[in-house]
Design a protein around this ligand. Structure first.
Ligand SMILES: Nc1ncnc2c1ncn2[C@@H]1O[C@H](COP(=O)(O)OP(=O)(O)OP(=O)(O)O)[C@@H](O)[C@H]1O
Length: 263
């Protein structure tokens, strides 16, 4: 079942068209990863799906309802968006940052109750930032900050989670932790996750569906088994890849890549 349906979507920055007439859908309860070279429009697509950016033409439907018709607060209860960079000067403690995630569930006069506090603590535990709860977000390392923002997104308990390169600042074990967490959220909370990743093997290993973009278009869409092959990687990334089938997972595993000679 589809949770998002995109129909002839076009997006532009000023006079520059970035995405033109893109049609696709996102399955409910799946992890969908958007892949593609720098500047191909991955973040633009992600932001438009999450209504962080205005579309130029076309439509995005969430649960059968035009995205445009959702009220901001209503939408904030349904979806959380974790950006690529958190440059905003966030002079708050980790605990308070994570608490912001509960606000869409409260009205103006309501205070956070015991249930909210439980969710806040649990979100910090799941992302490993509980020991940092009283530290200022601005004082954290890039990886710690990333996990603090992830905790805020979890505290929101959204049905849909958008992650733009969630592993960027993380060392390898924390990268894997975030990926495992994403799978856990899908399995235990039936969350739908849409993310942008650069690591192809992580994308293959942890995603149900992949979208490969180039030049603002979707070139390939399907399961990792269906679309990760020498042809697609050559066409989309301009690389020659050696791909094996992992004996344990039965999924493709990219052993090595080298640049294709340009013609
Ligand atoms: N605020 C902006 N104003 C003008 N052009 C922009 C803006 N943001 C992005 N672009 C341009 O839109 C195109 C798509 O950008 P986008 O960030 O969606 O790509 P991406 O695939 O996510 O790239 P990356 O892998 O480098 O993060 C790029 O050419 C980029 O320069």
């Amino acid at each position: 079942m589809n949770i998002i349906k995109v129909d002839h979507l076009s997006v532009r920055y000023g006079e520059h068209p970035i995405i033109s007439s893109l049609t696709t859908d996102i399955k409910k309860g799946h992890i969908t990863t958007i892949l593609g070279p720098n500047g191909c429009g991955k973040s633009t697509l992600l932001k438009t799906l999450a209504r962080q950016m205005k579309m130029d033409q076309g439509s995005v439907m969430l649960d059968g309802r035009e995205m445009k018709s959702w009220k901001p607060k209503e939408l904030a209860r349904e979806l959380a968006f974790l950006m690529q960079q958190h440059d905003q000067a966030t002079d708050v403690s980790v605990r308070n940052l994570v608490a912001y995630g509960r606000f869409p569930h409260k009205n103006m006069l309501q205070r956070l109750d015991d249930e909210d506090q439980k969710i806040i603590i649990n979100s910090m535990k799941q992302t490993g930032v509980l020991p940092l709860a009283d530290r200022g977000v601005a004082s954290l390392s890039g990886g710690e900050r990333q996990r603090a923002w992830m905790a805020m997104a979890l505290a929101q308990q959204p049905r849909l989670l958008f992650l733009d390169e969630p592993t960027t600042y993380l060392d390898i074990s924390h990268q894997l932790e975030v990926m495992e967490l994403v799978v856990k959220l899908k399995e235990s909370m039936d969350m739908t996750i849409i993310m942008v990743l650069h690591d192809l093997n992580h994308a293959v290993m942890y995603s149900d569906d992949l979208i490969m973009m180039k030049g603002g278009e979707i070139r390939y869409k399907g399961t990792p088994e269906e679309i990760v092959n020498q042809k697609s990687l050559a066409e989309v990334f301009g690389v020659q890849a050696r791909i094996e089938i992992d004996t344990e997972t039965r999924k493709p595993y990219i052993r090595s890549m080298r640049l294709l000679a340009s013609t």
